[in-house]
Design a protein around this ligand. Structure first.
Ligand code: SAH
Ligand code: SF4
Ligand code: F3S
Length: 447
């Protein structure tokens, strides 16, 4: 029987990008504020929030199979959970989900999840509700304060996207670009630091497009925000993601050379190496303008680690055009990267373009691209062998006394010694692996 008592435990399952992780944390905070506790590991929760991602195919199918699994497990345990579907699939396919999955009582889009508690009150009474409004900034003001966070915390500063790359659903699921106000961000960053954050990653679908007005009424961009956040005592590191090559300004490049707390890392998706493909994707850069931009970051911060996103098999991509992607990869030498097979998304222009690429060709291209990217990641790791750097301890390792932390270049570093989660420790980087580094603890800096 579907439970009608108020839920006592919750679980939020977030898929997709870091912005979803941030949203998932905020939803958890709202539920905690209502006295609902996180479900203990291995136990069924009374309320499950599926915080979904729509970026590539099978996203919706996955949601339906998760719902099926949850209902079945709930039945076996004698009580079906209340299920909320949140995130980008909720935004894109909310109505269908409500129609197809009677087990779902709440559908809430990424810009409306501050209304989850009200929806929950109704769900407990057996009412089903969908909310996919986009009231833009209102959400953040309605959320509770930040209380307990991980040493590496996320802070959403910008949402939405106006770029309309022809393959991408984000402009439809997250809406138009908006920047959160400067003062709200400074306040939230301080709260995060008070709650234990040592590192803050500023998030946005297009974070470098952030702009706001500082305390003196001056218009500032992301670089200005970073400079001001760097003044917060107790905040040791700042990162930001994801950027679009079109919005990288001189001030941001300069900040990489001047703001010590800004980590030497840049995630700058390029997608492809062929200018014809880039144009068809509606990316506003060329391979050459992208490479020139990276050169400027390298000039400002020579040790900067570079990361990117790639799509193989965009409609019409020829073998020769794909090889231009490999050429670009060789020219950059990425420290890490994400690569995907093109996935036609309903409602996007590319989905109906001629020249859709056969799956075997995509598989082959992805494999070749990933081989090149893995090679470069390993090479980058090897170059850092022997460096001494600060590592932010994020969690315990598998072995007793072992820890996992992140280097300034966002490498995972494994080491042993006496320290605690949230410490910034001095580590000498030892042997490089393909995906991580071994480290030696030099001294513990009490934070
Ligand atoms: N706003 C960011 C990231 C958006 S989504 C940006 O513009 O860079 C993250 C990545 O998913 C994209 O960079 C792209 O590489 C990939 N992606 C987006 N839509 C896709 C699709 N339809 N098929 C395959 N990969 C896609
Ligand atoms: Fe999608 Fe392009 Fe916007 Fe990134 S910039 S979110 S890939 S439309
Ligand atoms: Fe996915 Fe939405 Fe993020 S589609 S990648 S969760 S913005």
């Amino acid at each position: 029987m579907k439970q009608t008592n108020s839920p006592k435990t919750y679980r939020v399952k977030s898929f997709g990008c870091q912005m979803n992780v941030y949203d998932g944390e905020r939803m958890a905070e709202m539920l905690a504020e209502r006295g609902i506790a996180p479900a203990p590991e291995g136990e069924e929760a009374d309320l499950v929030v599926l915080n979904t991602c729509h970026i590539r195919e099978k996203a919706a199918e996955k949601v339906y199979s998760d719902i099926g699994r949850l209902t079945k497990a709930g039945r076996a345990a004698g009580k079906e959970p209340l299920i909320a579907v949140a995130g980008c699939v909720a935004q894109a396919e909310g109505e269908e989900i409500m129609a197809r999955a009677p087990a779902v009582s709440m559908v809430v889009g990424p810009q409306a999840y501050h209304r989850l508690p009200e929806m929950l009150d109704r769900a407990v009474k057996g009412e089903r509700a969908t909310d996919t409004d986009m009231p833009a900034i209102a959400k953040f003001a309605a959320l509770p304060e930040r209380r307990r966070v991980t040493p590496n915390a996320f802070l959403t500063v910008q949402e939405g996207c106006d770029k309309f790359c022809t393959y991408c659903v984000v402009p439809y699921t997250r809406g138009a670009e908006i920047s959160r106000p400067y003062q709200d961000l400074v306040t939230e960053a301080r709260k995060l630091v008070d709650a234990g954050a040592k590192e803050i990653t500023l998030l946005g679908q297009n974070v470098s497009a952030w702009s706001g007005e500082d305390e003196r009424g001056h218009t500032v961009g992301l670089a200005g925000l970073i400079r001001d956040l760097a003044k917060i005592d107790g905040l040791a590191r700042i990162r930001y993601t994801t950027s679009h090559p079109a919005d990288m300004d001189d001030a941001l490049i300069a900040a990489h050379g001047e703001v010590e707390k800004l980590m030497p890392f840049l995630h700058l998706p390029v997608q492809a190496g062929s200018d014809r493909v880039l144009k068809a994707m509606n990316r506003s850069h060329t391979a050459e303008s992208y490479l020139k931009l990276l050169d400027r970051f390298r000039a400002a911060r020579p040790d900067i680690a570079l990361s990117g996103d790639f799509i193989v098999g965009f409609p019409g991509e020829t073998e020769a055009e794909f090889e231009e992607t490999l050429k670009l990869v060789d020219a950059v030498g990425y420290a890490q990267a994400f690569s995907f097979k093109y996935s036609p998304r309903p409602g996007t222009p590319a989905a109906t373009m001629d020249g859709q690429i056969a799956p075997e060709i995509m598989d082959d291209r992805l494999q070749r691209l990933q081989a090149a990217l893995n090679r470069d990641q390993f090479a980058f790791n090897r170059v850092t062998e022997g460096r001494t750097c600060q590592v932010l301890v994020e969690r315990k390792g598998k072995l007793p006394g072992q820890w996992l932390g992140k280097s300034p270049w966002l490498q995972s570093v494994w080491f042993e010694g006496n320290c605690a989660i949230g410490d910034l420790v001095e580590v000498r980087l030892g042997e490089a692996g393909p995906n991580s580094m071994a480290g030696e603890l030099l001294e513990r800096e009490t934070a």
